[in-house]
Design a protein around this ligand. Structure first.
Ligand SMILES: [Zn+2]
Length: 220
């Protein structure tokens, strides 16, 4: 990432110097510089640069901005960073970049988000499987015999199933595995203890059981 200081240095580049390259007739007129607009075709100069404020404005086409970056972005049709680099090259400014500093925390942050996403996704899959087990009926009650057997003596109502976000991990054992592989999330899910690598293929850890929510703190 380019540092704020370097970006500021580029912002501070004299707009008059930049505009001169594109406006042949740019001339001082009072506090401003004036010439024919580089953003639209015209014969009389409605383009102005104010060097004190380092801003430009065309009263013909409305083009305008508050630094050289904006000017180059518009004129050269560049994105922000390419425009910054273009100006740095032009004016011989060395851009400072922070690399090693920011990379590690960013990576850790991404991983945390991944875990949360995986947990949420898995909870959703389990919930859906529970409803499917109940012949896809919503609300869940009356529970199918299979669910009643799985619940055993636990007296759970429909409301509590929804409130607690209960789900079901099917016996087949690949409910999560296939989806995780597809999404490239198998490895972090393995770290979470949801799935496992096996000699005969990867598989879900939880099988044929009612799942209580795996997301606890910070889930929403
Ligand atoms: Zn114009």
């Amino acid at each position: 990432m380019i540092t704020e200081n370097s970006i500021q240095e580029i912002r501070d580049i004299d707009l008059v110097e930049v505009a001169k390259k594109y406006v042949d007739d740019l001339k001082k007129k009072g506090a401003n510089y004036n010439g024919c607009c580089p953003f639209h075709d015209e014969k009389s100069g409605s383009f102005m640069v104010n060097p004190a404020k380092n801003i430009y404005k065309c009263f013909g086409c409305g083009a305008g901005g508050a630094d050289a970056i904006k000017f180059v972005m518009d004129k050269e049709r560049m994105e922000f960073i390419p425009a910054v680099k273009y100006l740095a090259d032009w004016f011989g400014i060395t851009l400072e970049e922070t690399k090693t500093k920011n990379e590690e925390p960013e990576e850790q942050k991404a991983k945390k988000v991944d875990y949360r996403t995986i947990n949420k996704w898995a909870a959703g899959k389990y919930q859906k499987a529970l409803f499917e087990l109940n012949c896809g009926s919503w609300p869940v009650e009356p529970f199918s015999p299979v669910i009643q057997e799985l619940l055993g003596n636990r007296l759970l109502t429909n409301d509590s199933i929804i409130d607690f976000q209960l789900g079901y991990a099917p016996a087949k054992g690949r409910l999560l595995t296939d989806g995780l592989i597809e999404r490239g999330m198998f490895v972090p899910a393995e770290e979470l203890g949801l799935v496992k690598k096996g000699a005969n293929g990867n598989y879900d850890i939880n099988r044929d059981r009612i799942m209580f929510p795996i997301t606890t703190s910070g889930a929403r």
